[in-house]
Design a protein around this ligand. Structure first.
Ligand code: GCW
Length: 683
């Protein structure tokens, strides 16, 4: 709709030859403004509109207003700025529509670019809607996508750890790609949904990747340059052992002066090379990664070490709370992995520097299809907390199954840890709860696949993450609708009614469908060890990973109560500590997460646990069948290559769902001896 109109951009044009910039800002600003000019020129050229002057009665005026001094990065050599809050200023935009004429204004170039994409997203409605004057600002100041990409194509977990969309868009052949145009195209997609920070390497930092911080900085700078035109900042995951492995020091002790000096010098070099660098992401003392424990120090000591190094540059340290004992003895019933993040981090509340963000996975376990919300999110009012989500579908079908995660994330964001009158998780991380807020982060799902995400429909998850990070109150189905409109425009720019209907039918409830044929009632982790795809009910049952369901002939589930179990329920504030503690009030969908119950325990839904497994697993496969039929009805209405790929994935989803159904049902039947009330086939 924008492309067909007359558009004026009132902001310094730096893209043309001889362009003059009245008040030079940081390079980043100039580049983003050049992008805006370029986007407008390209859209109008493609669709018959025109770029016009401000006094030529434009339909759309994009205007950069003078604003407060930019808090952005100092230039190399300039005096250090004081450590800022991670909340960047000037991130919102204003939209005024007056009699069909639209003006978008912002005081920052990236915000203006986000405002432009807002109008693009609205399509015709942007111009035909009633007069309005709205301000849009992101709920979360920090909105980050983390890539678990390795430089090394032969890395143990693959080039992209938990990647289901081919290789990395950043690296190929053991180094940063020569051609980074795909990275800029990615930044464009991110700007269109309001994401402005990307961490470009795996939090499991292997030897090769550790060197991105030092030897390869010039290469990292090339990636940063590819992201920058769309206002996206670069972050790096770093290894806590870097002073030793890269710096040759005898220790990485966070209290050692040489170690502190090493990190300061490392950070200085990074910012001297990449002026608008964002900061570091750290996985420490977790699943074998090095950390402060080796020196008798804790996570606050470790995080503050790095925070001090990046503070002079306005940098942020994202320190992950995903810390637990992965060498646990399954015979030890007292150790509960769900407790671990809280046990490690809650006592440290108040000790983290202001530019540390403690990044907390949404659940206490590990990105399962269903788990309770992490109690850490309610336990650290004096710490910047970020919510970490997983866009890459590690435990939700690995981009072979259609599983739209918007509704699941919405549920997490809307959860109120202190009950009906308290703040939501979205408020906590936005700084509108008890604490200062650290925003939202997620593991990206893109790769060098031609559809970006392997399963073309998994693009909807990337889109939804950006939109919900910007505005967590959005309805997931509406967000999906936006994605459909932008992704499947017909010749006239509007989506065929049938296409819209079918995509909603396929995706709206797909997370519930996935849940219904996989691990039941919140128990989680019934996946094949290692790669985590497909069913293996006892696969993790006798392993060191702390992920158990404790099924026997009498029952199933993990007793996490205070009364008789691990006491995990006690990590929640009221009312949840009591709601979860009691069998009477614990929600069905989390029953086995909190309780060990007999197979014949009757759920609030009125059926027994065993019968619930049978019913949901039979129904889940039927829903996948319906999904296949619905998609097939679109033949000819969607691009052929997309259709082919989706059909291929749906066939695998049906096969896999059937396997899940049969293994789960058979397992429950063999363990419990409880027959299916409807006499269906169980093997
Ligand atoms: O979900 C688990 C994954 C690991 C991952 C880890 C983490 C990057 O199986 O592959 O490691 O979480 O979040 O650190």
């Amino acid at each position: 709709a924008v492309g067909r109109r007359r558009v004026a951009v009132l902001a310094p044009d730096v893209s043309g030859p001889g362009a003059r910039i009245p008040a030079p800002g940081p390079d980043r600003s100039r580049e983003v403004l050049a992008t805006l000019h370029h986007e407008v020129a390209a859209a109008t050229a493609a669709h018959g509109g025109a770029v016009v002057g401000q006094d030529e009665a434009p339909d759309l005026l994009l205007t950069l207003l003078p604003g407060p001094a930019h808090p952005g990065p100092p230039h190399p050599g300039s005096a250090p700025t004081p450590p800022p809050s991670p909340a960047p200023a000037r991130s919102g935009f204003r939209v005024v529509r007056d009699d069909g004429r639209v003006t978008v204004s912002a005081t920052g170039p990236t915000a203006l670019l986000h405002g432009f994409f807002h109008v693009v997203r609205q399509g015709e409605d942007a111009f035909t809607g009633p007069d309005t004057d709205e301000t849009h600002a992101p709920a979360q100041a920090l909105r980050v996508l983390d890539h678990w990409d390795n430089v090394d194509v032969h890395a143990v977990m693959g080039q992209v750890e938990r990647g289901y969309a081919g290789g990395s868009i950043f690296y190929d052949d053991g180094r940063v790609r020569d051609d980074l145009s795909r990275v800029t195209a990615y930044a464009r997609l991110l700007a269109a949904v309001g994401i402005d920070r990307v961490c470009i390497n795996n939090v499991n930092v292997h030897a090769r990747e550790a060197r991105l911080l030092t030897d390869d900085l010039a290469e990292v700078a090339r990636i940063a340059a590819a992201l920058r035109p769309y206002g996206v900042r670069t972050h790096l995951a770093v290894s806590f052992a870097a002073p030793m492995t890269l710096g040759g020091l005898p220790t990485s002790d966070p209290l050692d002066d040489d170690v502190r000096a090493w990190w300061r010098a490392a950070a200085d070099r990074v910012w001297a090379t990449i002026g608008d660098f964002g900061g570091f992401v750290v996985k420490a003392d977790s699943e074998g990664q090095p950390g402060p424990f080796a020196y008798g120090c804790d996570h606050a000591d470790g995080a503050n070490l790095l925070a001090a190094a990046v503070a002079p540059h306005g940098g942020v340290v994202h320190w992950r709370a995903f810390v637990y004992d992965h060498t646990q003895d399954w015979r030890d019933r007292s150790t509960d992995r769900a407790r671990a993040a809280y046990d490690h981090f809650a006592p440290l509340d108040g000790r983290f520097a202001d530019n540390v963000v403690v990044q907390v996975k949404h659940g206490p376990l590990d990105f399962q299809t269903r788990e309770a919300v992490s109690p850490v999110l309610a336990a650290m009012p004096r710490t910047r907390l970020a919510l970490e989500l997983q866009v890459t579908q590690e435990y939700t079908g690995q981009q072979r199954h259609a599983c739209y995660l918007g509704p699941w994330w919405s549920e997490n964001l809307a959860f109120r840890p202190w009950g009906d009158d308290g703040a939501r998780v979205a408020d906590v991380v936005a700084g509108r709860g008890p604490g200062p807020g650290g925003g939202i982060a997620a593991v990206s799902n893109v790769g060098d696949d031609r559809f970006w995400t392997g399963h073309p429909l998994a693009q909807a998850n990337l889109y939804a993450f950006g939109r919900l990070a910007w505005d967590p109150a959005l309805d997931a189905a509406d967000v999906l609708d936006e994605w459909v409109s932008l992704t499947f425009p017909g010749d006239d720019g509007t989506v065929d009614v049938r296409v819209r209907e079918v995509l909603h039918a396929v995706l709206d409830d797909s997370w519930h469908t996935y849940e219904s044929y996989t691990a039941p009632l919140g128990v989680g982790f019934m996946v094949r060890p290692g790669h985590h795809y497909g069913p293996d009910v006892d696969g993790y049952e006798y392993t060191p990973w702390g992920t158990y369901h404790f099924a026997d002939r009498d029952g199933i589930g993990v007793d996490r109560t205070r009364a008789t179990g691990t006491g995990f329920t006690g990590q929640y504030p009221a009312p949840w500590r009591d709601v979860y503690e009691s069998l009477e009030t614990c929600p069905d969908e989390l029953l086995l997460f909190f309780h060990h119950v007999p197979w014949t325990h009757v759920l609030h839904s009125g059926v027994t646990v065993a019968q619930h497994v049978y019913d949901t697993h039979f129904a889940g496969v039927e829903r996948v069948r319906e999904t296949v039929a619905a998609w097939e009805s679109l033949a000819g209405l969607v691009p052929g290559d997309v259709d082919t790929r989706v059909r291929e994935r749906l066939a695998e989803q049906l096969r896999s769902a059937t396997e899940w159904r049969d293994q789960l049902n058979t397992y429950v039947w063999r363990k419990s001896g409880v027959a299916d009330a409807h006499g269906r086939t169980i093997y």
